[in-house]
Design a protein around this ligand. Structure first.
Ligand SMILES: Cc1ncc(COP(=O)(O)O)c(C=O)c1O
Length: 369
């Protein structure tokens, strides 16, 4: 029998071997590997979860009117863009959308088979291509960490179903040139999918959405997971090009992609509030600064603050060696950079998603050395 698809080891499971040495420290392991929020969501959001009266019936796959309106108003407020609610729809967090969209696009355009994505990036862009039976093609990065579209071959452009951008980028924190990218996509008839789940945590300039450069040929992806500390609820939304959104809305309805009603109701409240995001920005920025100082002092490596996102990303000569040493000495778990593509192998990603007292614990272990 021919061997079919075998799922590769899940990246974070590969860190299990470091857990034992980290756990030996008094106070235990401090997990700075997965980018899972640790801070509490806004109380009004939690209250909305139990009072929407939306448990009995099936929720609409495209999202309730209230959710799509809230997304529309948020995009208007944040980016000064007017997106018709008919061009906005819900997804069950953004990961499932990243992982499943290539297969739907392939069914619709069977003569194209290629998914383009940033060479150093969140691994699910590549996995979505693989799950669709498509060709994943990594696009080299520019010196500033955006997509270098000039390096994409003409044959890959002709075969491309889509190109992913992620700005701010996980893991690098870099910001992409979204205007050029939207224009490149339109010129080359390649739909641009812009994953902007970290957009609220943009540090070096005003947050930017690709939809500020027109809706045609582009789709944006947003999530409540990072913005509002709601990764456990699984709510996000996508918006943009009328024809692509209509297609995805229809096909996802057939699959049964439904965000639970109470989660939709909570997301409406979260999207309507900016105060908790302002607070959370301060928290992440402070933690980024503290950990950058502590880790660079301890290791001697140069650690810059990112342009966006809540990760430190730096060259540590060898990501796995650094991760092993930090687990042993500081009791902290971080991600070796090859999780995000071969080009990241020298680097390390540190997610500042632990409460301040845990971060202080790591700092005290490292300064004691
Ligand atoms: C770049 C990027 N996209 C998407 C996701 C998925 O987030 P969620 O599915 O919680 O919206 C993540 C999570 O870490 C991410 O880093």
């Amino acid at each position: 029998m021919t061997q079919g698809f075998v799922p590769p080891p899940y990246p974070y499971d590969r860190l299990d071997k470091f857990k034992q040495s980290a756990e030996k420290h008094e106070g235990g392991l401090v997990d700075l590997s997965i980018g899972t929020p640790c801070d509490p969501p806004a109380p009004a959001v939690i209250a909305a979860l139990s009072s929407s009266n939306s448990e009995r019936g099936y929720p609409p796959s495209i999202g309730s009117d209230a959710l799509r309106n809230a997304a529309q108003v948020w995009m208007q407020r944040k980016f000064d863009i007017s997106v018709p609610t008919s061009q906005i729809a819900a997804c069950i967090g953004s990961k499932e959308f990243v992982a499943t969209t290539p297969q739907y696009l392939k069914l619709r355009t069977p003569d194209r088979d290629t998914v383009l994505f940033p060479a150093v990036s969140y691994p699910t862009y590549e996995m979505g291509a693989i799950l669709a039976g498509c060709r994943p093609v990594a696009v080299p990065m520019t010196a500033t960490g955006g997509l270098d579209t000039s390096k994409i071959s003409n044959s890959d452009i002709k075969r491309a179903l889509m190109i992913w951008s992620n700005s701010p980028n996980n893991p690098t924190g870099a910001l992409d040139d979204l205007k050029s990218l939207a224009n490149w996509g339109r010129k080359n008839s390649v739909p641009v999918f812009s994953d902007e789940c970290y957009v609220e945590f943009t540090w070096s300039r005003k947050p930017e959405s690709i939809l500020q450069h027109g809706l045609d040929g582009v789709v944006v992806l947003h999530s409540l997971s990072k913005r509002s500390n709601l990764a456990g609820l699984r709510v996000g939304f996508y918006a943009g090009d009328k024809e692509i959104i209509n297609y995805l809305k229809e096909v996802r309805k057939h699959v049964g992609m439904l965000v639970p009603g109470p989660a939709q109701a909570a997301a409406v409240v979260a999207l309507g509030d900016d105060a908790h995001v302002v607070q959370q920005r301060d928290v992440y920025l402070r933690r980024l600064e503290i950990l950058a100082t502590v880790l660079s002092k301890w290791s001697g490596f140069n650690i810059d603050l990112p342009s966006g996102g809540f990760y430190l990303w730096f060259d540590a000569k060898d990501g796995w060696t650094f991760a092993e040493r930090l687990a042993a000495v500081g009791g902290a778990l971080v991600s070796p950079g090859d999780f995000y593509g071969a080009g990241g192998a020298n680097n390390v990603r540190v997610a500042v998603v632990q409460p301040d007292d845990k971060i202080a614990l790591v700092a005290s272990r490292l300064t004691r050395e």
